[in-house]
Ligand binder design. Structure first.
Ligand SMILES: C[S@@+](CC[C@H](N)C(=O)[O-])C[C@H]1O[C@@H](n2cnc3c(N)ncnc32)[C@H](O)[C@@H]1O
Length: 242
């Protein structure tokens, strides 16, 4: 990182000292109760703008159904269930998220999407979904989550543990911008306040590198420009097969 970026990131960190202190004394935890409502509202707008991308991405889900069986899908960090409308009819869905305060919004979304069968809502982080059996799902879905997990590599290992051989990991994530761009500069400088606004979201992650290193048998990955504010314009989407 250049000295220029380091200097302005330091300035942003100094301005965020009150937020850092709130987190240090445990006060930031209150935001965990408010975030689900914010995310619920933002996700409606996100879906409007990303509708075609999501339709295209999730079109391939059915390819991973076992012959004669139904598709079993697990979503990591499902939030308020924004993706449910894109899942094929009859699909069995296991919902996971570490924030239990999403449940109210999740229930609402489940009621609106009665073409799916809901197995359960497990309060679990992507890094540790120990209550779910090995090789028990056909598909794992992760959208706008790898930016927030503490350990991307461990989350991908967990996804692989849960997937049956031949199953697939579907992703749609915002990522770090090209290092030669201004977006890259602003992503680094505004990372400190964004972390708090976005419930731990990191906008500077080069998540495609984690996916490439995760040891899937094949990876379909595309870089796209999403129609959002500069900081979260660069996205990746695709799927990786176990
Ligand atoms: C921006 S929201 C995205 C929600 C949903 N996936 C969507 O696309 O609308 C980020 C989600 O990641 C969840 N999350 C945060 N840390 C996580 C972790 N370590 N493991 C799994 N999910 C996590 C949050 O609780 C939240 O539901």
């Amino acid at each position: 990182m250049s000295v220029f970026i380091q200097f302005w990131t330091l300035v942003a960190n100094i301005l965020c000292i009150p937020l850092h202190l709130m987190e240090a004394v445990g006060l930031y935890g209150i935001y965990k109760r408010i975030f689900p409502l914010c995310q619920y509202r933002i996700s409606i707008k996100y879906n409007e703008k990303m509708h075609d991308n999501k339709k295209e991405l999730f079109r391939s889900l059915s390819e991973f159904k076992k012959p004669g069986g139904r598709l079993t899908l697990l979503e990591i960090g499902c939030g308020s269930g924004t993706n449910f409308q894109y899942y094929p009819a009859g699909c069995r869905v296991i919902c996971t998220d570490p924030n239990p305060h999403f449940e109210k919004y999740l229930k609402k979304c489940m009621d609106q999407n009665d073409h799916l069968t809901y197995d359960r809502f497990a309060v679990a982080s992507g890094e540790d979904m120990g209550s779910i059996e090995d090789e028990s799902v056909d598909v794992v879905v992760c959208t706008l989550v790898l930016c927030s997990v503490n350990d991307v590599q461990q989350t991908l290992r967990e996804a692989q543990r849960l997937l049956r051989p031949g199953g697939a990991f579907f992703f749609l994530e915002h990522v770090a911008a090209d290092p030669s761009s201004w977006v890259h500069f602003f992503q680094h400088v505004l990372q400190p306040p964004w972390y708090y606004f976005g419930d731990g979201c990191k906008i500077t992650r080069e998540t495609w590198k984690n996916l490439e290193a995760a040891g899937f048998s094949s990876l379909k990955l595309r870089h796209i420009e999403a129609p959002f504010i500069l900081l979260i314009k660069p996205h990746i989407m695709g799927y990786a097969v176990k």
